[in-house]
Design a protein around this ligand. Structure first.
Ligand code: FE2
Length: 300
């Protein structure tokens, strides 16, 4: 199973699209109706979908997997009695059959059967490769964590005081749940080719008037390098690289394994974190209660 990306509902969709293409480095991958698709250079048909809508919201966090993996997932979902809707052909680049399932705090997860990944594009230094993780705010993290492990089939990699990290392949985390009082998208992480590409991205954003709200730095769990920004359309986005790959028997770390000395928020200790701005921005894209839908059709 692989994280494919995120679909957002964005009021200023045109402005968002221009920013994503010209500054953030995503590659337009077509449009369907009110939804514009963007890809990276990696082997995914798209990694971010921006759907024009009245209020910002998360439409779906999306994964792709082999048809047999999607079938096994569907069987677990049915046993769980979680709200689910299946589709025969996704109206998006790459198409594919699959399902949308709703988590305990109205999180919508879309899973698409992909017999084989589409070809990657040639690597480009200043363009993201793929989305490597999405972090979700949740009021009851243990409940969302349990759902991701028992129903979605993910494995816990680490728990810190702030969040739980889970993986669906060798990458240390594809999704994480952060303790909050709302159900929302905390941030989306776009993987760059290497540390140099992350630093160049931070510089490019700075030239355009976007100071990093956190970074450059190197995380504890996952060991990835990072630079965080607040997008002009409101959410938090991250350039990252060097995400740790972990073995099946990776020891699950706990809060005591991930403590920083006072004043530090990462391994390097050189960056400041603008917690106030980040905390506000990570509440922008909510999972609206009861709003589970696919392609505009509500799940009832
Ligand atoms: Fe991140």
């Amino acid at each position: 199973m692989r994280l494919r990306g995120v679909e957002l509902i964005v009021p200023q969709a045109h402005e968002a699209a221009e920013f994503l293409e010209t500054l953030w480095g995503l590659i337009p991958a077509g449009a369907r109706g009110k939804t514009q698709f963007f890809r990276g250079t990696g082997a995914h048909p798209y990694i971010l979908a921006v759907r024009a809508g009245d209020a910002p919201a998360v439409h779906a966090i999306e994964f792709s997997g082999l048809p047999v993996e999607i079938e096994e997932l569907h069987a677990r979902v049915r046993r769980s009695n979680a709200p689910v809707r299946t589709f025969a052909e996704l109206d998006a680049p790459g198409g594919g059959a699959g399902l949308v399932v709703q988590g305990p705090e109205a999180q919508t997860y879309r899973f698409v059967a992909e017999p084989a990944p589409p070809p990657a594009l040639p690597a480009e230094r200043d363009k993201p490769v793929q989305v490597t993780h999405a972090v979700v705010n949740a009021a009851d993290v243990p409940s969302s964590e349990r759902f991701a492990a028992e129903v979605l089939g993910f494995k816990v990699s680490d728990r810190t005081r702030a969040m739980t990290f889970l993986r669906c392949n060798r990458a240390h985390h594809a999704i994480a749940y952060a303790h909050s009082d709302v159900s929302s998208l905390n941030h989306i992480a776009f993987e760059m080719n290497d540390l140099d590409a992350v630093m160049r991205g931070i510089g490019r954003m700075r030239d355009a008037g976007y100071e990093a709200v956190w970074g450059p730095g190197r995380h504890g769990p996952g060991n990835n390098v990072f630079g965080y920004f607040i997008a002009p359309f409101g959410g938090v986005i991250e350039y990252t690289a060097e995400v740790e790959e972990v073995p099946d028997d990776y020891r699950v770390g706990g809060p005591d394994d991930w403590k920083w000395p006072p004043g530090r928020t990462d391994r390097w200790g050189v960056s400041r974190k603008d917690t106030a701005r980040i905390s506000a921005a990570e509440r922008t894209f909510r999972f609206p209660p009861g709003a589970m839908e696919i392609n505009g059709v509500r799940l009832d």
